[in-house]
Design a protein around this ligand. Structure first.
Ligand SMILES: [Zn+2]
Length: 297
């Protein structure tokens, strides 16, 4: 199986896994909202809010997969792959809003404590944990290097930790009589969400700013191109990510006047594909050194 077929298969599997997790998450989210209102627990409501963001995250991820499959056109020449990255960015922003909501609610409760029914809390947190564990198992096998699926998995994983937090808080309230544990757990869940939000924002913004992908060693890449017979120098080298697993490269190569340009291009493309998994490149060959021939980024 070649690299492209492998990526397509991973996406197919990812889509199925996402759909199952989407249904599971939505169903349980509704149950948890009911449980949160019934018991009066902010930790449980925070967990439900987190699950709602999971639901959005999974829906975005699925939607992004669908739209990324649309073929490129003359105008949208890169296709719609970046939708995956935009979905990841939108998720990050939504998560930030949820954090603000939870933290405000926790502060309100510090001023006016609310009675919490710990039995209901324990029941729903236990069920939530089960749903998260099942979702994690379904998604785990499909992630690969896909940013979209990584984001979805991280949501479910942090939600699992959240359910653990609610369970622990429920125990403390019921058996140790520590009512503040509910607010504390809510606050910790907000912290968990913050970690997920930060990772999503950092990675998606890096792609949108055309940062070179972190798994490609640019120095090594430059050295490899230098070693190609007939290449004297390299400038204006850019490597960027269209979407997870789809890297592009452009470069100017100073070559010797008598060099065989076909051989140089063939060798450069071979190195890029085999060593660096870059399947889309634009190479400009130059026989005259002219460092200021166009505006350089
Ligand atoms: Zn140039």
């Amino acid at each position: 199986m070649n690299f492209h077929e492998e990526q397509t298969l991973l996406r197919q599997r990812g889509k199925k896994a996402l759909l199952v997790c989407l249904v599971l998450t939505f169903t349980f989210m509704l149950a948890e909202v009911a449980g949160g209102l019934w018991s009066g627990s902010i930790a449980l409501l925070a967990d439900a809010a987190h699950m709602l963001t999971d639901f959005f995250a999974l829906s975005f991820a699925l939607f992004a997969f669908r739209i990324a499959e649309k073929p490129p056109t003359l105008k949208m020449s890169y296709g719609f792959h970046r939708m995956e990255i935009l979905a990841a960015l939108a998720n990050g922003v939504i998560l930030l809003n949820v954090i603000v909501f939870i933290v405000l609610e926790v502060f309100k409760r510090m001023l006016t404590p609310v009675h919490v029914q710990s039995g209901v809390m324990l029941l729903f947190a236990g069920l939530g944990l089960l749903v998260n564990l099942v979702s994690m198992r379904i998604l785990k096998g499909t992630i690969g290097g896909n940013l979209n699926l990584q984001g979805a998995f991280f949501h479910v994983f942090s939600d699992m930790l959240g359910s653990l937090g609610v369970l622990a808080a429920g125990f403390c309230i019921r058996f140790l009589n520590w009512p503040y544990m509910d607010s504390l757990a809510g606050f910790l869940i907000a912290g968990l969400i913050a970690v997920g939000a930060w990772r999503l924002l950092r990675d998606s913004v890096a792609v949108l700013l055309e940062a070179a992908p972190s798994h490609i060693d640019l120095e090594q890449l430059e050295n490899c191109l230098h070693e190609v017979k007939g290449v004297k120098d390299i400038h204006d080298l850019h490597v960027w990510t269209i979407s997870s697993g789809k890297e592009s490269l452009s470069a100017h190569l100073d070559i010797e006047k008598q060099a065989n340009t076909d051989n140089i291009l063939r060798e450069v493309n071979r190195i890029l594909e085999e060593k660096f998994r870059i399947f889309h490149s634009t190479i400009q060959l130059e026989t005259v050194t002219h460092s200021e021939h166009q505006e350089h980024f």
